[in-house]
Design a protein around this ligand. Structure first.
Ligand code: GLU
Length: 444
């Protein structure tokens, strides 16, 4: 049997109406997987590996009721999508944002299958969260929400079952509140969440890992071109955890980072950010514009994204679909040669087509931002061993994981003309281990 891409997408669309982001992620992956399966593993088509892969093993949706500071009852919707456990316990972050819905979480959980497989660590794919907006909430409101959320979630997770972590809107503070509640209910001190604090089971380098890993991956791309990152101009979107540590590592590597952004607009510093300026950015919260009062050559561009500024490397580190076809064309026109995704699926399908056509070195999130979940995997190992490894040791492991992911991408993504299609490489490279394991474990 051979699979036809168009009819497969139609099948997924019919089964999952009104889930555009999920469909986008499935199309982005299966466009590469289907020709590969048809040519190399036709039995995987008979076994319906792809049909099984796009069907979550379990989707949990639950009510989260909590009291705000005015003692008013609030109701949110919580989720956990347990997508695939062929190679290990479900693993993936929790996102708290008003934009959260099933389509977004299914796309993220689906991407997570391949990303986690690429790390070489035995972890399956999952994702969760709630349509809760942490912006403007007091510390007590955040705590009450996290406790209520965990009071339902605890029964579905466990250190060998499903290990959530952070994502947009969920950082160290939220992980702390959720961990405290889990421990209180279960009466066990166990590695059920990653991204924990350093004093209570967290791993060194976990907060930095996604941003640092992204730069290690871009460094591999440049090594492959026999070039250096030092001296290159980089635009970064976002101002959260990923963007911040990507900027820090890029500065360490001698690059000139000229932008950061948030939903209010883009901060442009033509002189380049420094480590000192970054420390200042961390004090600004959501008011990036304030930076321009202190550093006079910088400008703030309300409601604009960073992609119109001339750069060598663009690193979208904010959120899904933040870089569209026009943005991609502007980047190509301005001489950008490398795009590394710190966020999950920040480039639209049309933007990726522009990058591939222009032979830009395009590193998709599932490869380039895998450093975060990789160090989460290392946190799980440390928890099981009741150890805490040094920053140096974790950073070395992170570097070698990113190097291996790059190697995998080259192995499966190199085209006849020598161009490395990192998307294809990561899709196929992440898929093989999962497909082989699904086959071995029988019809489940
Ligand atoms: N949310 C992060 C990601 O998109 C990290 C997940 C984790 O550490 O489990 O990969």
């Amino acid at each position: 049997m051979s699979i036809n891409f168009k009819s497969f997408i139609k099948y997924v669309e019919e089964r999952n109406p009104n889930e555009p982001e999920f469909l986008q992620a499935v199309a982005e992956v299966t466009e590469d997987l289907i020709p590969y399966i048809n040519e190399k593993h036709p039995t995987w088509a008979d076994l319906k590996i792809l049909e099984r892969l796009v069907e979550p093993e379990r989707v949990i949706s639950f009510r989260v009721a909590w009291l705000n500071d005015k003692n008013e009852v609030q109701v949110n919707r919580g989720y956990r999508v347990q997508m695939n456990s062929a190679i290990g316990p479900y693993k993936g972050g929790l996102r708290f944002s008003p934009t959260v819905n099933l389509s977004i979480l299914k796309f993220l959980a689906f991407e997570q299958i391949f990303k986690n497989s690429l790390t070489g660590i035995p972890i399956g794919g999952g994702k969760g969260g709630a349509d809760f907006d942490p912006k403007g909430k007091s510390n007590m409101e955040i705590m009450r929400f996290c406790q209520s959320f965990m009071t339902e979630l605890y029964r579905h997770i466990g250190p060998d079952t499903d290990v959530p972590a952070g994502d947009i809107g969920v950082g160290g503070r939220e992980i702390g509140y959720m961990y405290g509640q889990y421990k209180r209910i279960r009466n066990t001190f166990t590695g059920v969440l990653t991204g924990k604090g350093l004093n209570w089971g967290g791993s060194n380098i976990r907060p930095e890992a996604t941003g640092y890993g992204l730069l290690y991956f871009v460094e591999c791309i440049y090594d492959n071109l026999d070039e250096k990152i030092a001296g290159k101009t980089i635009t970064i979107s976002g101002a959260g955890n990923v963007a911040y540590f990507a900027a820090e590592k890029a500065i360490h590597m001698g690059a000139r980072v000229i932008t950061l952004s948030n939903s209010k607009g883009t901060l442009h510093d033509p002189d380049g950010l420094t480590l000192e300026k970054l420390v200042y950015v961390a004090t600004l919260g959501r008011d990036l514009e304030k930076y321009t009062k202190k550093y006079k050559t910088a400008t703030f561009h309300a409601d604009k994204r960073p992609w119109q500024f001339k750069c060598d490397i663009a690193l979208p580190c904010a959120t899904q679909n933040e870089l569209n076809e026009d943005d991609a064309k502007a980047l190509v026109k301005n001489g950008c040669i490398c795009v590394g995704e710190g966020a999950n699926m920040p480039s639209t399908a049309e933007a990726i087509r522009v990058f591939h056509k222009a032979k830009i070195h395009f590193a998709p999130g599932k490869a380039a931002n895998a450093g975060g979940v990789a160090v989460s995997g290392l946190e799980m190992s440390q928890n099981n061993l009741r150890q805490q490894w040094s920053s140096g040791k974790v950073d070395d492991r992170l570097k070698s994981i990113m190097l291996n992911i790059h190697k995998t991408c080259v192995k499966y993504g190199k085209e006849d003309d020598g161009y490395i299609n990192y998307l294809k490489g990561s899709n196929i490279g992440g898929f093989i281990k999962v497909a082989v394991s699904m086959k071995a474990q029988g019809l489940v």
